[in-house]
Design a protein around this ligand. Structure first.
Ligand code: ZN
Ligand code: ZN
Length: 189
């Protein structure tokens, strides 16, 4: 068996089993542990696998948990989280419409759908037809400028009556946030 074949075999096992011990690999492949280490080295160098306390595992199981925002790494467990559905059927999550819109602007060619939730009803709505209230007088402890999504303009207006802020459609909201971010420079706090 060539090193490349052994590497492929190791990757296949990892895909099925998650983690492997070097001693197991060595006995399964009937090669020395030294040889196994040599096979593993390039896989580690290219970040395909990772060393763990009791062996090796695939990188995937150690990648970012899906409950952190792809844009700013805050938690996406709140009802303000936004999903970006991409052409390759993968889904990216952001903590709130602020990050959702900025992320959309970065990768819009790859996005087939952007989904957020109406702030009042918690219903899933299309981000492209939603109304956004920016800088309302209500601290939700997420990204600034704060962005809240509403299903209808009417609801946004009703909310605005109490909490102020400015209403925008999808495209306007993106340009307002992008401009604001360029001026303030950072979205981490
Ligand atoms: Zn975020
Ligand atoms: Zn946020």
């Amino acid at each position: 068996m060539l090193p490349i074949d052994r590497q492929q075999q190791i990757l296949n096992w990892l895909k099925e089993e998650g983690t492997l011990r070097v001693s197991d690999i060595s006995s399964r492949l009937e090669v020395s542990e030294m040889t196994v280490y040599r096979d593993l080295k390039p896989l580690m160098d290219t970040n395909k696998i990772k060393k763990t306390s009791n062996g090796i595992s695939t990188m995937e199981s150690h990648s970012l948990p899906s409950d952190s925002c792809i844009y700013c790494l805050k938690s996406t467990t709140s009802r303000r989280s936004v999903q970006l559905v991409k052409k390759d059927h993968t889904i990216e999550q952001t903590c709130c419409p602020h990050c959702g819109l900025l992320r959309y602007e970065d990768i819009k060619e790859d996005v087939v759908q952007i989904l957020c939730r109406d702030f009042l009803t918690d219903m899933t709505i299309s981000g492209k037809t939603a109304t956004y209230l920016i800088d309302a007088d209500l601290n939700l402890n997420c990204c600034q400028p704060q962005v809240i999504a509403f299903d209808s303009r009417k609801q946004g207006e009703q909310f605005q009556t109490g909490f102020r802020g400015k209403l925008h459609n999808f495209q306007q909201a993106i340009s307002v946030i992008s401009r604001d971010m360029q001026e303030s420079g950072c979205c981490q706090d």
